[in-house]
Design a protein around this ligand. Structure first.
Ligand code: ZN
Length: 392
């Protein structure tokens, strides 16, 4: 049976709705090549999100790219600007934490050999942590984790960095990454978005055949795409994914295509740097890929609020509810992501968060609470001998 057909499966009648413990997370960072105005794409969107969350009493988790910040600190003597922005970064992270949000670890390994010339970053390091050897990967994780703990423990001595999301979701396969994370005290990973596939010069990932696509599970330590047959020192809580309907996907693609045309028109007349998008693909192939192909079959989405319009957010929530009911479990943790630097539709986010806050079957949870819940048994964590669940 295909994923799409399974989606149509009716909910079991007569059962109370399961409680969905929703972790809204945010990869908080500059662009992958180090570009972008940090006030515009990091600080301002964080403040705006905090305002929205305050209105609705939502507690969420920010996942700052800590390698970026460590690199700013490393270079701060050379430029007042870098020093000021590094201080502001700390301040924003502390403010978010003080407002009841969680701060956990994300890191982009391309910052490892950074250079700063004429006000610009040059990041020659490998984008995927999977391409760094054990020692260099482990050192980056350890250093970044320590940075967060030293930043936040002065305001909360109980703060621990216990959750991790890999850059570009590059977690598996790796002979050492999960063991290193566990050694360093990371209890949950939130990188595994089933169905995700990427194959370009910088990144190659294939999560199309993950064994568990929805519920927390103990991963095989050499390859997180597989469920371990025993309890492990670290658990994976999948990054949610869903399949958008033809109608909404086509509408969203048309909106994106027209936004891209407008951006390009602006780029060709103004001094702004042109985004490095789709330069390899011809116009016709691009139209087929972006507009026609998704209309023929339902399209896979990582549940990333910055990439979704409001109707797709609703479809995502419907898919989560369907799968939660199908699981037969009473308590289901679900992880969503967001990229503040890419948010286009603030009204949609505000409206959606408002609705989540009202929903009786949804409760906001931070990643620290999620980690605690997987340890305490509040949330079931699958091992391989247990029954697999229907996918999205
Ligand atoms: Zn990132």
């Amino acid at each position: 049976m295909t994923d799409t057909l399974k989606d149509q499966r009716p909910a079991t009648a007569g059962r109370t709705d399961p409680k969905i413990h929703l972790a809204l997370t945010h990869d908080w960072e500059l662009r992958g090549d180090g570009s972008g105005d940090i006030e515009q794409i990091q600080f301002a969107p964080l403040r705006r999100l905090l305002d929205i969350y305050k209105t609705f009493g939502a507690r969420t988790t920010f996942l700052p790219d800590v390698m970026q910040q460590i690199t700013f600190r490393r270079f701060q003597k050379r430029s007042d600007d870098l020093k000021r922005n590094a201080d502001l970064w700390d301040e924003h992270a502390r403010d978010a934490y003080a407002a009841g949000h969680d701060i956990q670890l994300h890191l982009h390994s391309q910052w490892s050999d950074a250079r700063h010339e004429k006000g610009k970053w040059h990041l020659p390091g490998a984008w995927s942590l999977l391409k760094h050897d054990l020692d260099s990967a482990k050192q980056m994780i350890a250093e970044s984790k320590r940075y967060l703990e030293e930043l936040l423990q002065p305001i909360d001595s109980h703060y621990r960095c216990v959750a991790f999301r890999a850059s570009a979701l590059a977690l598996a396969p790796s002979l050492h990454l999960l063991s290193s994370l566990a050694d360093l005290g990371i209890q949950i990973d939130v990188s595994m978005a089933a169905g995700f596939y990427l194959n370009n010069e910088t990144l190659q990932l294939d999560y199309r055949n993950c064994e568990e696509t929805f519920l927390p599970y103990y991963p095989r330590l050499d390859d997180a795409r597989y469920v371990s047959d025993k309890r492990e020192p670290i658990a994976c809580v999948p990054l949610n994914h869903f399949y958008g309907s033809r109608r909404e996907v086509t509408k969203q693609n048309l909106a994106l295509a027209s936004a891209r045309v407008t951006r390009r028109a602006k780029a060709s007349t103004g001094p702004a740097t042109r985004p490095q998008l789709d330069t390899q693909t011809s116009g016709v192939a691009r139209v087929y890929e972006k507009l026609i192909a998704p209309a023929l079959k339902r399209k896979h989405f990582v549940s990333d609020l910055s990439r979704l319009n409001y109707p797709l957010m609703r479809e995502m929530l419907a898919s989560i509810r369907r799968r939660a009911r199908a699981s037969g479990l009473a308590q289901i943790p679900v992880v969503l992501t967001n990229h503040p630097k890419d948010i286009r539709d603030w009204d949609a986010i505000e409206r959606f968060v408002g609705e989540l806050a009202e929903a009786v079957d949804v409760e906001f949870i931070t990643l620290s609470e999620l980690a605690e819940g997987t340890k305490s048994g509040e949330f079931e964590v699958r091992i391989a001998s247990q029954q697999s669940l229907p996918s999205a």
